[in-house]
Design a protein around this ligand. Sequence first.
Ligand SMILES: [Mg+2]
Length: 419
Amino acid sequence: MLRFVAISSLKNRYFWKVTVKEIMERRVMHMDLDSFFVSVERLQNSALMGKPVIICGSSDRGVVSSCSYEARQFGVHSAMSAKLARQLCPQGIFISGDMDAYSKHSRIVTEIIESRAPVVEKASIDEHYLDISGMDKYIKTATLWAHELRETIMQQTGLPISFGLSNNKTVSKIATNEAKPNGEKYIDLGLEKQFLAPLSIKKMPGVGDKTYVQLRSMGIEKIETVQQMQVGLFQRVMGENGVLIWKRCNAIDNNPVEPYSEQKSMSTETTFDKDTTDVQHLKRMVVSMVHELAFQLRKQEKVTGCVTLKLRYSDFQTHTFQMKIPYTASDHVIQKKLLELLDKNYTRRVLIRLIGIKFSHLVNGFNQINLFDDTEEMVKLYQAMDKIRLKFGDSAIKKAGGLGMGRRGEGHLPPGKDA
Ligand SMILES: [Mg+2]
C-alpha cells in the first residue's frame, strides 16, 4: 500500500512576477466582519440587538468564542472561560454557536467580495484580504471603491464589517482593528510606519502573550521603539520570529494576497496492493486518512470548508467528488461528510485501485471555531491525541475507527510531504 500527503503551494511563484516598486505601491485591503458570530445570531433574532451576547460552548467549562461589544464592556473577551464570563456578565445572553449558519453567511460575504475584487484571499471565516492594486488607474480611487464595497456588503447581508487599506497585509489588518467597530481606515502610501509608531506592540499580529512579555523585558512597549532598533538585535534575541516582528513593525510585508486557487490544499491517498470492492475496508481507509490529515490541519491551526473524495477504479478511470462543508478541523465532522460521499458515489461496486481525500478552502481560525463546534469531550480528545502525536509521531495513535488497517498485509507508510 502506498500513501502520501501532498501540501501544494504556488506561493513562491508570485514573487517572480512582481517588481519591488509594484510591491511598494500595492493596495491591499483587509476586511473583517465585526463580532461575526454575534452579528449572525442577531440577523436570526433581532431581540439580541444592543444586548450583551456571548457565544460559547454549552458547558460551563467551555470557552468564549465571540462576544458583542456590549459584553466587552463587562470585561468579557474571546478565549475567556465561559464560567468567568458568566461571573463578569450575569445578565449576558449566552448562546451555543451554530457553525452551519456562520459558514453559510461567511460564504455569502465571500461571494460578494469575489464578484467585485480581482484577487481575494479568504483568511478566516470572517476575514478577507483583497489585492486592489491599480484600481486607481482604471475605475475610481481605491478608497472610494473600498468604501462602496463595504456599503454593498452591509446592505446585502445586514452584517457590520470594517476594513483597513494600505500597501500590505500586516498594516491593513492593524488598520482594520483600529477602525473597528463598523469603520474604515486608509493609510496613505509612505505613511505606514508613522501609522504604526504610536501603537502598542501588542497590536502586532504574531505577538502573543509570551512574545509580549519578552519584548516588554527588552523595554519595548510601542512599535516606534522597535522601528528605532537594529534588526540584528531581534535576530540574536528572538531568532527568525524576531526578524519577522521587526519587519512588520517597519511596515515591511511582501506577502501576496493568495486566492483559493493558489492556496495550499492538503491531500492524501492510498493505493492498494490488491484492488478491492470491500466497502468496509474502503471506509476504514477513509477514516484513517481523515485522522492523519485533520491532524495536519489542526497543527497548522486551520479549518477546511471543502472536502474531496477521489476514487480510481481498476481500469484507471478516476472520479472525484467534492462537497462544501461547514468550516471545521474535527475528525468526526469531516469523516461523516467523506463517508457520505463514498456511500453516495461508490455504487458501481467495481474494483478500486486507489482511494484519496483532499481538504481545500483552508482558512485560519481553528481555535475560534473549534471551541463550540464540538462537545468539550471531543475537543479534549483531539487535544490529547494531537499532543501524543506531536511527541511520538503520527503513527503513535489511532482512534478505534482507524484500527484494522493493514489486515490485508498492506504496509502502512508514514505520510510524506510533497511541496
Ligand atoms: Mg471578525
